[in-house]
Design a protein around this ligand. Structure first.
Ligand SMILES: Cc1cc2nc3c(=O)[nH]c(=O)nc-3n(C[C@H](O)[C@H](O)[C@H](O)COP(=O)(O)OP(=O)(O)OC[C@H]3O[C@@H](n4cnc5c(N)ncnc54)[C@H](O)[C@@H]3O)c2cc1C
Length: 509
């Protein structure tokens, strides 16, 4: 059989946010881009699904830093998607609410540092100095990272890389409740005792600056990018899995797809997990020591998600998120056993599609380790390859959903009466859709004890094979978008790219 060949300037493996941002930038730079995605839908974690007329997000519930003065807005504006992105600004008096089982108080995160301080100081009047210091430290850390502020250069202060977030809070104040309230949204980065302070700072600061939900699903972001890539002559091949990255004499020449087609290019960018990229790349150019290092890195934990469809007009839409802990120490939340699961959950109301003042749907996330679904590891299920796993798995998910609903009912006693129906996803769903081994949420764990080991460069030993996505730099919409700037900066020049972003914003100011 004749194998057809196509040729592009750039092939991007995976249409996650990182791949799509790289594709948009490089297509704007005149390069002919081809993005190859194994799934039916583009977007990776930005995918959505619809049930009973309601759209659910699978991996983006709110986004930080989308106000005009913030970096993410400026990057999205340069990319050309900001004008058409339908966003909803969250509640400035509390976009995130943190609460604990044995405590009737609700702790609100105000939007903007002045609101944030005022609201928190009203709950902890004796801790004003600590709260002031925390706000100053977060802003100082974020200011010291040039890329975060769309500036050239290396970070001015490397110490937040080597300080643990938990240790920082313990030194900030002796007040345990305040320590846990300030770290109360650590599900956003799957916080553990290893989490570096800079990860906490970059994630939480972006939301304090400004927090938004995306209307009608976060996939709007990648759909708008896809349109630009296509307008610029690029192609997006869905339902095509890359089976190998073909390297000859140390240079990547092509990728081979599941249908055996080869796509050739001058340059290749992998948006998938680095360990998976190496699995696809058989070449001596990549040394065994590098492979061992990448393969030995720990991945972040996975998640069990409950998607609730609500009866009409039962729960008012409050435009805020809820983070609940059934014990005081938020850093322990992922160390659950079968008996005490779930130790925490985060609850996100989807923006009502019917312009209603009542919520239509709620997504509830909690931690789950892959080992908890290990029994079904040999099954596979996506919309392209349907396999409803077995009855035992369905029973397992139902039991977990009911247990999670019981936990939600501690704070929201009437929740069951408001729920019309529900759906669930497990680490297996994330594994099968994202193409990882364990359905991890945020990629490789960053460890302040080993900052260099857990940082992945965008460059590989194959000079025309680069990496992007949440495993390099940082996860999340902001982190991944900035990772893509690093990747594309290595191709077109970082200073050049940053200038383009600033110029685009100067023109539309
Ligand atoms: C449950 C959950 C909730 C989250 N909530 C938020 C939030 O509220 N706010 C926020 O900012 N961030 C959130 N995040 C994080 C954010 O969604 C991710 O960091 C980000 O989307 C990851 O983007 P990525 O570019 O690394 O690619 P990924 O999303 O990992 O996508 C990789 C893509 O590559 C494809 N692929 C894999 N292998 C192959 C192959 N061999 N061939 C072709 N294609 C392949 C996959 O199908 C996938 O489409 C959340 C994540 C999760 C999991």
């Amino acid at each position: 059989m004749e194998i057809s060949k196509k040729h592009f300037d750039v092939v991007i493996i995976g249409s996650g946010l990182g791949g799509m941002v790289c594709g948009t930038i490089l297509s704007k730079e005149g390069k002919r881009v081809c993005i190859i995605e194994k799934n039916e839908q583009i977007g990776g974690s930005l995918q959505t699904f619809r049930r009973e007329g309601v759209t659910f997000d699978t991996g983006v519930h709110y986004i930080g830093g989308l106000s005009k003065e913030n970096s993410l807005y400026k990057i999205f504006n340069y990319l050309g998607i900001m004008e058409r992105l339908e966003t909803v600004r969250m509640d400035e008096e509390g976009f995130d609410m943190v609460f604990f089982k044995e405590d009737a108080e609700e702790y609100a995160y105000g939007m903007g540092y002045e609101n944030f301080k005022r609201i928190l100081i009203s709950k902890f009047p004796e801790e004003e100095i600590a709260i002031e210091k925390y706000c100053m430290d977060m802003q100082r850390i974020c200011d010291s990272i040039p890329l975060y502020n769309l500036r050239e250069g290396e970070p001015e202060d490397m110490s937040p890389l080597t300080i643990g977030a938990k240790d920082y809070f313990e030194k900030l104040t002796a007040n345990k409740k305040l320590q846990n309230v300030l770290a109360g949204t650590n599900l956003l980065y799957a916080g553990t005792e290893k989490t570096p302070l800079y990860v906490h700072a970059l994630v939480v600061n972006s939301y304090i600056e400004s927090a938004y939900k995306i209307k009608n699903g976060g996939d709007q972001i990648v759909k708008l990018m896809a349109r630009i890539i296509k307008e610029n002559g690029g192609e997006i091949l869905r339902k095509n899995e890359v089976k190998s990255i073909d390297v000859e004499n140390g240079i990547a020449k092509s990728v081979t797809l599941s249908n055996r087609e080869k796509i050739e290019a001058e340059l290749f960018i992998s948006n998938i997990h680095p360990a998976k990229t190496l699995e696809l790349t058989e070449t001596d150019a990549i040394r065994p020591a590098y492979r061992n290092r990448i393969n030995s890195l720990e991945n972040s934990i996975s998640t069990f998600v409950l998607y609730l469809i609500l009866k009409p007009n039962t729960i008012p839409f409050r435009n805020r998120n809820y983070y609940y802990f059934n014990q005081e120490n938020v850093w322990e939340s992922a160390n659950h056993t079968n008996d005490n699961w779930p130790m925490m959950y985060a609850m996100f109301e989807e923006v009502p599609e019917k312009q209603n003042e009542f919520a239509e749907a709620i997504t509830v996330m909690t931690y789950m380790r892959f080992e908890e679904v290990e029994k079904w590891k040999d099954t596979f299920h996506t919309t392209l390859e349907e396999n409803n796993r077995n009855e035992e798995y369905q029973v397992f998910k139902k039991q977990k959903a009911e247990k999670l609903l019981d936990t939600i009912a501690i704070k929201f006693p009437n929740i069951r009466e408001c729920v019309q129906s529900y759906y669930t996803s497990s680490p297996l769903s994330y594994r099968d859709y994202m193409g990882t081994d364990d359905g991890n949420m945020y990629g490789i764990v960053k460890d302040f004890n080993e900052p260099v080991k857990t940082m992945i460069s965008v460059k590989t030993k194959v000079p025309n094979l680069l990496l992007t996505g949440q495993n390099v730099n940082l996860h999340g919409v902001l982190g991944v978008t900035e990772s893509a700037l690093v990747t594309c900066g290595a191709i077109v020049g970082k200073e050049y790219l940053l200038n383009k972003i600033l110029e685009a914003n100067a023109q539309t100011a």
